[in-house]
Design a binder for this molecule. Structure first.
Ligand SMILES: [Zn+2]
Length: 48
């Protein structure tokens, strides 16, 4: 058994994903991928 480093839920090691250097569960991984930080888009617009 392994533990998600974000929400601390117990998951199988095969269900852990690397996210920004953390070992997280599938839920946390999906959450972080569907909502990218808005600062990226904002910064791109500022460069232009
Ligand atoms: Zn999690």
């Amino acid at each position: 058994m392994a533990k998600c480093e974000k929400c601390a839920v117990d998951v199988a090691e095969e269900d852990l994903y690397a996210d920004h250097g953390l070992q997280v569960c599938e839920d946390c991984k999906l959450k972080s991928s569907v909502s990218p930080p808005e600062t990226c888009a904002t910064r791109k617009n500022m460069i232009k």
